[in-house]
Design a protein around this ligand. Structure first.
Ligand code: SF4
Length: 327
């Protein structure tokens, strides 16, 4: 079966006066139709940059240095600007972290839907507003709000409007970049529940980006953990939760409390992520890793399957250690 999205060896560079900083380095993962895949890691690990590269939303000094972004088998990186515009929103849309920054504050909610529809379809204003009303109902907002402006809505309602806008053209994939981070916990839970319900009903796939791994564990089917621009581990969510293999994933798991399990001390991960302008040699996690071995600063581990569907980049697993003559 063709993947809905296949990201292969993606590289994104920031070309700065002090030199080139590789923010996304050889990142590969896939998303199947109707699947929710999580992308997690600390701030600055490259997850948002990777997502923006998929949608070709990067601005200078960021540029794509290599790789492929195959959407239904077509490499989005080979499309010209007009072709990419036609893909964006119709096939892949995005929900940004801050709804206030995504919505135009001086245009009514209704007109923002009309603009979205009319950019992609020949639709009369009245028809566009009817479809917008349907979408607002879908996310639990009274269609009378179409006449209002973003500042008249609560943070949670604004984020729901942004989700409705992302659904407007019924895309096959929605990238959600920390869509609930700016909201309080109760509203966050409501919105996540709603995303899950909508996803089941409309069967779109989601790339869900967050620094909150606990959230992904219950929300997604598979999770990619990123560290310092690279994928450290990629596995089904339950496998990652019960058998995290990479010491960084283990550290992330130990950074959030369990509600049901035994009480235990939260240990977290000592130190901070590296400067990507001068990343550590070998395994990039080695200065912070409690399992560090002699080989770790010398040779970079490669992402390799340690069991079906579970890939890790760590020398604790022989599959990850490149050997002479082995790719
Ligand atoms: Fe730790 Fe070495 Fe594995 Fe890196 S390769 S995560 S330093 S054990």
């Amino acid at each position: 079966m063709t993947s809905l999205l296949e990201v292969k060896n993606l590289q994104v560079d920031y070309v700065l006066p002090r030199g080139v900083v590789r923010a996304v380095d050889n990142v590969s993962f896939d998303i199947q139709p109707g699947e929710i895949v999580g992308l997690a890691g600390e701030s600055g690990c490259g997850k948002t940059t990777a997502a923006h590269a998929i949608l070709r939303l990067l601005r200078p000094p960021a540029e794509i240095g290599g790789g492929q972004v195959l959407f239904q088998g077509k490499d989005l990186l080979t499309l010209n600007i007009d072709q990419m515009r036609a893909y964006r929103w119709r096939h892949i849309s995005i929900v940004f972290q801050s709804a206030m920054n995504s919505l135009n504050p001086v245009i009514s909610i209704g007109d923002q839907f009309v603009d979205t529809f009319q950019t992609h379809e020949k639709l009369r204003r009245r028809e566009a507003l009817e479809r917008a009303a349907e979408l607002l109902r879908l996310v639990g907002i009274d269609p009378s709000r179409l006449r209002g402006f973003p500042h008249e809505l609560s943070g949670g309602m604004r984020q729901r409007v942004v989700i409705a806008l992302a659904l407007a053209l019924r895309p096959e994939l929605i990238v959600m970049d920390e869509p609930t981070t700016a909201l309080d916990v109760v509203v966050q839970r409501d919105i996540l529940q709603q995303i899950q319900d909508l996803q089941k009903r409309l069967n779109f796939a989601v790339l869900f980006i967050t620094h909150d791994l606990s959230l992904l564990v219950e929300f997604s089917s598979r999770i990619a953990i990123m560290y310092a621009g690279k994928v450290a581990e990629f596995a089904p969510a339950s496998e990652l939760f019960h058998h995290p293999a990479h010491p960084y994933t283990v550290g992330l798991m130990e950074s959030f409390p369990s509600i049901t399990g035994e009480r235990r001390r939260l240990t977290g991960i000592p130190g901070s992520p590296p400067d990507l302008g001068r990343p550590p040699s070998g395994c990039r996690f080695n200065p912070r890793c409690p399992k560090r071995m002699e080989i770790c600063p010398a040779i970079e581990p490669r992402l390799a399957e340690i069991k079906a569907g579970h890939a890790v980049a760590c020398h604790l697993y022989p599959e990850s250690t490149p050997r002479a003559g082995r790719a």
